[in-house]
Design a protein around this ligand. Structure first.
Ligand code: AMP
Ligand code: ZN
Length: 137
């Protein structure tokens, strides 16, 4: 889909991203306005708008990839827990209409409200964190 920002990111052309994982089915990269440091998006390479458009057979693969990426994010960030979420539809807070799963590192003592407060990476930190996650597969 030519107008879709995530399709453009997956195509690795005009919109850059900080890659965490890639295979034939999914592309994973750091959210650039993260709820917590290491917040990662797992995106099916095929353009589907949301959960309801993804064929069941592909959902199985996506679920397994989310687990694999979440494990690496958890290990790399030494997170105490992980939130996995998916916004489906504008009313549910979906802003980018290419299906994606949020993987959000959580810590025992963090103060957190997903969707409201976002963090900012310092210069170079995104590259550093993504590299740490890539080494944790
Ligand atoms: P959602 O509200 O579930 O549609 O989430 C879309 C997410 O994509 C938000 O958390 C944004 O911060 C993130 N996002 C949007 N554009 C980019 C981008 N160019 N690079 C990385 N993350 C992005
Ligand atoms: Zn797309």
């Amino acid at each position: 889909m030519t107008s879709c920002i995530f399709c453009k990111i997956i195509a690795k052309g005009e919109i850059p991203s900080t890659e965490v994982y890639e295979d034939d089915n999914v592309y994973a990269f750091l959210d650039n306005s993260p709820s917590s440091i290491g917040h990662t998006l797992v995106v099916p390479k095929k353009h589907y708008e949301n959960l309801f458009d993804i064929p069941d057979a592909e959902l199985g693969i996506l679920g397994a990839r989310v687990k694999k990426v979440a494990r690496a994010v958890k290990d790399a960030l030494k997170a105490d827990g992980i939130n996995i979420s998916m916004n489906n539809g504008r009313a549910a807070g979906q802003v980018v209409f290419h299906a994606h799963i949020h993987i959000i590192p959580r810590f025992n003592d963090d103060i957190f409200s997903h969707g409201k407060e976002r963090k900012q990476y310092r210069d170079g930190e995104m590259v550093e964190i993504a590299s740490k996650i890539r080494k944790s597969f």
